[in-house]
Ligand binder design. Sequence first.
Ligand SMILES: [Ca+2]
Ligand SMILES: [Ca+2]
Ligand SMILES: [Ca+2]
Length: 275
Amino acid sequence: MVVLLGLLLSTISPAWAFPPAPYYTIYGDVRDAYGDLIPAGDASVILYQGDKEILRERLTNPGQADHNYQLRLRIDMMRVATGSYSSIALRPDDAFTIAINVGGQLFYPLEIAQAPVVGNPAERRRLDLTLGVDSDGDGLPDSWEESQLHIAGYQPGLDGWDLSLIDRDSDFNNDGISNWADYTAGTYTDDHTTTLELKVKEIGSEYMRLEFYAIFGRIYRLEASSDLVTWTPLPFAVSAAEQDTATNTTLRSETTGVTNVYVSRSNSFFRLISR
Ligand SMILES: [Ca+2]
Ligand SMILES: [Ca+2]
Ligand SMILES: [Ca+2]
């Protein structure tokens, strides 16, 4: 009975007197220094305002959506002369920081160096998070840059690796795909057979066989369009016999190598999206 009374009192206290604004949502992919998505496991994303922990959420299975984390922030309406809606509510333009807890160890994503701020209620912002060290400030983890330089035959000099040879938007291996896209797709800079590319390999009476080179752990999504403007998810199967009942539109690759998928025969355009 005492507990119930307490609840009633807190419900009508001034701090809770006004409805909250809609959530501000941050979401995206958390990747390690080599571009691999951090598996759900025991990893969490934690949002802080200064030293105060505001929110903590576990990473989610990356195959179930287009992201592996999502944070929904409570936002104050900030009416004049009112208290905060909640002790963990934030206001638009408040600065925040994020850490990733993996097995009890905290990592600070590269993107947090830019001091992100809270947006407006009901907005959704994609904020992909990259773990590792970025000593040259180009947004690519140095470990990945060093591995690409090594693969291409470079050696570190007296001052270490020359990280200026690779930056986010240029194309170190001239395969038509930016370094950042190679990093997220897991494609290697010395080997053009691993370039992300979708080919029609066979056209049957009812199905089409499409081929691409998949990287272990990466997630692939197929989309179709009739006008190159509107794209819709395209169900596919891993065998011709199953293509007419296929419902999957994403695949998490269990191998690195040539992969075939089967879709219904059509005159559509197709595209392949990797993450
Ligand atoms: Ca870097
Ligand atoms: Ca660089
Ligand atoms: Ca490239």
